[in-house]
Design a protein around this ligand. Structure first.
Ligand SMILES: [Zn+2]
Length: 102
């Protein structure tokens, strides 16, 4: 079974290094991989298929990171409250009611 590729969240996708080098064009890279088994670089879909290594590559995403799951958020809220940081607790709770989290 193929393992799930790790995803790294970036604010802006870097340019594919091979598109840049070979054709002098800017193409957003969606992978960080070794190139033909050599050094690491950012690769677009096409160059990933041609020269990348799916087994060790990392996927790049400029989508915002998913919300932490509710359980994590709840423990962050409890931690903020127990350390007396009510501003942080309120930020974490947002528009919701604190009783939903206790
Ligand atoms: Zn490319």
């Amino acid at each position: 079974m193929p393992r799930t590729m790790r995803t790294r969240h970036v604010t802006k996708l870097p340019d594919c290094i091979l598109c840049q080098m070979r054709q002098n064009v800017s193409v957003p890279a969606r992978f960080d991989s070794t190139i033909n088994g050599g050094s690491w670089g950012f690769l677009c879909d096409g160059h990933m298929a041609a020269a990348g290594n799916m087994a060790i590559a990392c996927r790049l995403s400029d989508e915002p990171e998913p919300e932490p799951c509710l359980k994590e958020r709840r423990s962050e809220i409890m931690e903020a409250i127990s350390s007396g940081d009510f501003d942080l607790a309120e930020d974490l709770i947002g528009d919701g009611d604190i009783s939903e989290w206790l």
